[in-house]
Design a protein around this ligand. Structure first.
Ligand SMILES: Nc1ncnc2c1ncn2[C@@H]1O[C@H](COP(=O)(O)OS(=O)(=O)O)[C@@H](OP(=O)(O)O)[C@H]1O
Length: 288
């Protein structure tokens, strides 16, 4: 199956047809935000699911009931996906928790008027590539990656779902609503104590949490614990859509796994493309 079979081209980027329809994209375009909405924004494979665990626990002051009973896509739904319009998001009490993989330039008009809060999660693009390479292999609604060199070229050219990593990150780093956006990276969450990230997130949201609750949240969100949470490990998705017997959705959860996939030449080429495409970006990335 090719891109033409499995994807829609939406505003210049591919999105998978299986979970995005013209109706779901229209719902997204017409969505009315509230100032106290909190939106997780990510390029795919950057730590979305992880933040979909951290955020509800933080907002609820450590209450695990939503992460134990609701799958992550209902708990913190992707606005652009078909499921969102069936969740009665208009009726949900504030603060609503939402997710999107879309670029800054693709946000609906209400976003720019209302300026809700955003948590933008970034990850080393070589690890995003590596995670994507394995993920595309197990999902029937994505085009199989094929030979690694071809998938690498597609990734660097933005011919994968949600387009170019470089454009996504640049767009969100250049956003005008900076005081409403918290930037955090997968590497900070892994390398530093996760307690620090949880308390940063709580502070950004104006939530007071005592150290015990912060620790409880951080423990719950450890890779091994999330791997055992059926509401977060995608085990409820039928095998025909996602074949986790080949590779698990919560696969390795480490920093630097690209070293096991990319040859030194491929990594050098990747770095050269990164340098060129990101040359105007002043942000100091945590993986540098
Ligand atoms: N708790 C925790 N700790 C460390 N790493 C974690 C955690 N939860 C998810 N992950 C890893 O995040 C990768 C999946 O990214 P996303 O959730 O953004 O994927 S998706 O866009 O929603 O499909 C994927 O990375 P890889 O293991 O490198 O493939 C997941 O394993």
């Amino acid at each position: 199956m090719t891109e033409a079979d499995l994807y829609i081209l939406y505003k210049g980027v591919y999105v998978p047809k299986a979970v995005h329809t013209p109706e779901s994209l229209k719902y997204y375009e017409e969505f009315t935000f509230r100032p106290d909405d909190v939106i997780i924004v990510t390029y795919p494979k950057s730590g979305t699911t992880w933040m979909q665990e951290i955020l509800p626990l933080t907002i609820s002051g450590g209450d695990p009931s939503s992460v134990e009973t609701l799958p992550n896509w209902d708990r913190v739904p992707w606005l652009e996906e078909t499921r969102a319009s069936n969740l009665n998001l208009e009726e949900r009490p504030s603060p609503r928790m939402l997710t999107t993989h879309l670029h800054y330039s693709m946000m609906p008009p209400s976003f720019f008027q209302v300026k809700p809060k955003v948590i933008y999660v970034m990850r080393n693009p070589k690890d995003v590539f590596t995670s994507s390479y394995h993920y595309y292999n197990i999902t029937s609604f994505l085009v199989k990656p094929g030979p690694k060199s071809e998938f690498l070229q597609k990734f660097l050219d933005g011919k994968v779902i949600f387009g170019s990593w470089f454009d996504h990150v640049k767009g969100w780093l250049n956003a005008e609503e900076k005081q409403h956006i918290m930037y955090i990276s997968y590497e900070e969450m892994i390398k530093q104590d996760l307690n620090d990230s949880v308390s940063r997130i709580a502070r950004f949201l104006g939530i007071n949490l005592n150290p015990e609750v912060i620790k409880k949240i951080a423990d719950k969100c450890l890779f091994e614990n999330m791997k055992n949470n059926p509401m977060s490990n995608y085990s409820v998705v039928p095998q025909e859509f996602m074949d986790q017997t080949k590779c698990q959705f919560l696969r390795k959860g480490v920093v630097g796994d690209w070293k096991n996939l990319l040859t030194p030449e491929e990594a050098k080429h990747f770095d050269a493309v990164f340098k060129e495409k990101m040359k105007d970006v002043k942000y100091k990335f945590a993986w540098d």
